[in-house]
Design a protein around this ligand. Structure first.
Ligand SMILES: [Fe+2]
Ligand SMILES: [Fe+2]
Length: 407
């Protein structure tokens, strides 16, 4: 599964043997580059940036590092190795052969899922386009651009699927992925979180911690899909995504450490004094968490969902790491869902497990986020402060939260 870099579009899908598809993608390529120049990181297109580029889909040693100008980055199409004789891993058709083509009856559902995922990738590049001007360090600047070019590649990944498997409407969707823009009042991105401004670095770290982590769970669910090309695409995207979350995680750690240092130097914890000394006080960091965590929670969809049940039943979208569960059919299993009782309290509803799929995945996401907070809280504890970061309740309605600001 080596990647062919002699081609105009690097790929490991033997693009050269499908002339029609190759031509269609070569037509989309200049539109993508225009988009990058207009909507990607501002003013850095002529700069040499030290970046990693995928050279194989092998889990060991898959990347190459070197200086490139971002517009010359080799965006390409990389799918994880096929699994021999892969089978449907969950739902009503458990054990049937996985799909190498899109089944007609699932065409519009799969297209919508791919478009929704694809839309988030360029959206984040647009959200972050000004951050290069205020990078705290060269290290951060490189990380930002690394994340940006890889989100660009993730767009390629989804556009490949649209072009290769969805004919004319797939090609139209691919064009529209470049026409919607984050925060555009007329043609916004599909999901709210991807229209929120990311105008400072704390927001960037929160986004890469909380929102890229949502991406991880979505990709893991799609990596289980019976539509094998989608599953393989998402498996490879996950290897790149790990770095994005690392950027967020370590970024928030560094901000927190600096705050604690300043608190020690000043011998004070008044937010005003800490800000005057150039750090961000802990309650402000908490407000950023509240916003990005709540916004990212919304991306999982409603807690009881007939769509989620249908995706599972049909084998379209599974649970992350489906193999770790015993029951892959869930025809009788139920889930206890907390719902408002209409009188200010909570009532427990038993719903079919299939309908609670969004909630199951959301709960794993929350646990994953908690691990980050526990690490940061240990730093605060070690510094001798009583303050602790906490995730807001998952019941908080998102419309109650407004974007925070350090200003
Ligand atoms: Fe991505
Ligand atoms: Fe990402």
């Amino acid at each position: 599964m080596s990647i062919d870099y002699a081609e105009r579009i690097p790929n490991n899908v033997e693009l050269g043997s499908n002339r029609t598809l190759q031509r269609a993608l070569e037509q989309w390529q200049p539109a993508f580059l225009n988009w990058w120049k207009e909507m990607g990181p501002t003013d850095f297109n002529a700069a040499d940036v030290y970046l990693r580029t995928a050279i194989s889909v092998d889990s060991k040693g898959w990347a190459n590092y070197g200086h490139v100008r971002m517009p010359d980055y080799r965006w390409g199409i990389f799918l994880a190795e096929p699994e021999h004789d892969r089978r449907v891993g969950f739902g009503d058709d458990l054990g049937e052969p996985a799909w190498q083509q899109v089944p007609g009856e699932h065409r519009s559902t799969l297209r919508r899922l791919i478009v929704t995922q694809g839309d988030t990738e360029p959206a984040s590049v647009e959200q972050q386009r000004l951050l290069g001007h205020t990078a705290p360090s060269l290290y951060d600047l490189r990380n930002l651009f690394q994340v940006n070019v890889e989100e660009g590649r993730h767009l390629w990944a989804m556009v490949y699927l649209l072009h290769a498997y969805f004919g004319r409407d797939g090609r139209e969707e691919a064009e529209q992925l470049l026409e919607r823009h984050s925060g555009d009042p007329d043609k916004p991105r599909i999901l709210t979180t991807f229209n929120e401004p990311i105008s400072d670095w704390l927001s960037f770290f929160m986004f890469t911690f909380f929102t890229d982590r949502d991406g991880k769970f979505q990709l893991k669910s799609l990596a289980e899909s019976s539509f094998d090309p989608l599953a393989r695409t998402c498996r490879f995207m996950l290897t790149e995504e790990a770095h994005h979350m690392f950027v967020g995680d370590t970024g928030i750690s560094r901000v927190t450490k600096r705050t604690l240092e300043v608190m020690r130097e000043l011998g004070a914890d008044e937010p005003e004094a800490i800000r005057r000394a150039g750090a961000i006080d802990l309650p402000t960091i908490q407000r950023y968490m509240n916003f990005w965590f709540s916004s990212s929670l919304d991306l999982f969809g409603s807690e009881a969902s007939s769509n989620a049940a249908a995706y599972f039943a049909q084998g379209i979208k599974g649970r992350p790491d489906e193999k770790k569960y015993d029951d892959h059919v869930l025809s009788a299993a139920t889930f206890s869902l907390e719902v408002p009782d209409g009188a200010g309290g909570i009532r427990i509803d038993r719903v079919p497990m299939r309908n609670a799929m969004n909630e199951v995945v959301r709960n794993s996401y929350v646990e994953d986020c908690e691990r980050g907070l526990a690490r940061w809280n240990r730093l605060i504890e070690a510094a001798g402060h009583a303050f602790r970061f906490a995730l807001p309740s998952t019941r908080t309605p998102m419309n109650a939260a407004t974007p925070p600001t350090t200003r």
